[in-house]
Design a protein around this ligand. Structure first.
Ligand code: ATP
Length: 212
């Protein structure tokens, strides 16, 4: 059975933190592929045009044969949910052990995800510790165990493991804020993504605050 991971997110824009997480997952679990799935209409966020986010991911992953981009969410109207993505991709890739890549901040919200009981049975969780949420492996494991307990009480047992990523304090909101303030984002995103942002003048009028 092949092993494939889904990496969902807003990717507004994709940055080096995302790329490091996906590359670590690819090798740590011997995945055949990491499929990047930008959300069309994230439930809790306002985001740049889907076409821009898609194009930036395309640029960022172009030289990595282990990465591919899926625009599956574009085929569905309304809010994007993880369970729908997994069901759609399972039809395209049968006989697959699925993994789902998330940052620790996102994983903490898992018990509140839409149809999480079904989702939890269908995939294993690969969790990337994040500088903004906690600093040590012990703390990360503690938080994941708490989520696991909560899931067990409410729904079912889940399978998870921490990704051994170097902690990188880069976030999309940081990039948007830097662009808005006309500061450099060099080395925080791939050069091709930086050029894309400049060319399309993205985030110049970004009005969000320092969320992270
Ligand atoms: P924003 O700052 O707008 O909230 P973000 O940087 O968290 O964006 P998303 O597209 O929302 O980016 O993230 C997609 C997934 O990647 C989430 O599960 C998130 O937790 C994870 N992630 C993002 N950046 C990092 C990072 N630097 N280290 C580990 N995980 C990350």
């Amino acid at each position: 059975m092949r092993q494939i991971a889904i990496f969902g997110g807003t990717f507004d824009p994709v940055h080096l933190g995302h790329l490091i997480v996906a590359e670590t997952a690819l090798h740590q679990v011997s995945l055949e592929q990491v499929i990047w799935v930008p959300s069309l209409n994230p439930p809790h966020k306002q985001a740049a045009l889907f076409e821009h986010r898609l194009a930036m991911i395309q640029h960022a992953i172009a030289d990595n044969p282990g990465f591919r981009l899926a625009g599956v969410e574009a085929n569905r109207p309304g809010t994007s949910y993880a369970i729908d993505t997994l069901i759609d991709l399972s039809a395209v890739y049968p006989q697959t052990q699925w993994y789902w890549i998330v940052g620790l901040d996102t994983f903490r919200t898992l018990p509140r995800w839409y149809r999480v009981a079904e989702l939890a049975k269908l995939c294993h969780w690969l969790i990337a510790p994040r500088l903004l949420s906690c600093e040590t492996k012990v703390e990360s494991e503690f938080i994941c165990t708490q989520v696991e307990e909560q899931m067990k009480e409410q729904y079912s047992i889940i399978c998870w493991q921490l990704l051994h990523v170097p902690l990188v304090g880069v976030s999309s909101s940081l990039i948007r804020n830097l662009c808005r303030d006309r500061h450099s984002i060099r080395y925080l995103v791939p050069e091709s993504v930086r050029n894309y942002i400049t060319h399309h003048n993205l985030y110049a009028g970004y009005e969000g605050g320092k969320r992270k």
